[in-house]
Design a protein around this ligand. Sequence first.
Ligand code: STX
Length: 317
Amino acid sequence: MKTLYDPIEPYRQGMLKVSEIHDIYYEQCGNPDGQPVVFLHGGPGAGLTADYRRFFDPEAYRIVLFDQRGAGNSAPHASLEENTTWSLVSDIERLRESLGIEKWMVFGGSWGSTLALAYAETHAERVSSLVLRGIFLCRPKEIEWFYQEGANAIFPDAWEQYERVIPESERGNMLEAYYRRLTSDDESVRLEAARAWSVWEGSALKLIPDQKLIDDFTEPHKALSLARIEAHYFMNNAFFETDNYLLENVGKIRHIPAVIVQGRYDIVCPMMSAWELHRAWPEAEFIVVGDAGHSVTEPGITDALVDATDRFRIQMT
Ligand code: STX
């Protein structure tokens, strides 16, 4: 089993102005002369953690990580203005250009896989390879599964605290009810909703729930950006023109070397979507981890991802 590389610190960090209102935080780690890779975090709105630097051989890769609009250290925090999938896609291009990179590996899980697909389908010539995990195509049926009906059958205990924040009369549309509270003028209403939303997501991440991980989701800074930005994107179906947008456009990227890693017992992003992507894109290597849920920290998922970046390293040198 492969595990994460040793912890590393960035050799450079910065803020990039991407619009009138948004500045995004980015960092570079590993080898400045190495193979470029960009890491796309989840949510949307979850932001980076230091462990995300550790999926790549630091001697082989020039690792670029950034907080998407409104997330992590990007500013303004948790802002929904000028915050769409297509603005994130253009931020990735702006970051690539500002760093003088021709082409890069794109690595993303969960919402990071959604964004990776949207970016690659728009700028295929800039993508050398793709490593995707916990596939999320951000379709209405996936959003409904996790936030309205489906996942609650597996985690009814955690669901109770998610449901409790919303009065019974509004439970017919949980996403709308949450969105109203997450965008309330009352800070305490926003925070209560953000915590309950985020704890629900944290509770369903792993095959075996991890209380310490769940508790991290009550932290206000992280909970507010995650919940507000997710609800905003999901209310807008990720700003895609059609429900199956990413599958319909997969023909634009089928020539790009790719690995898809999926946990069999992923409750946040059930395997149905990874399977449909695999069917639409048979050339991509498809790895199902039999004893994992959604989290990138589950041993089988980490093993498959590190192995994928190691193999791309060997192929390209
Ligand atoms: N959200 C899917 C997603 O991208 C529906 C995601 N889920 N949990 C996470 O991301 C974190 C563990 C990164 C918060």
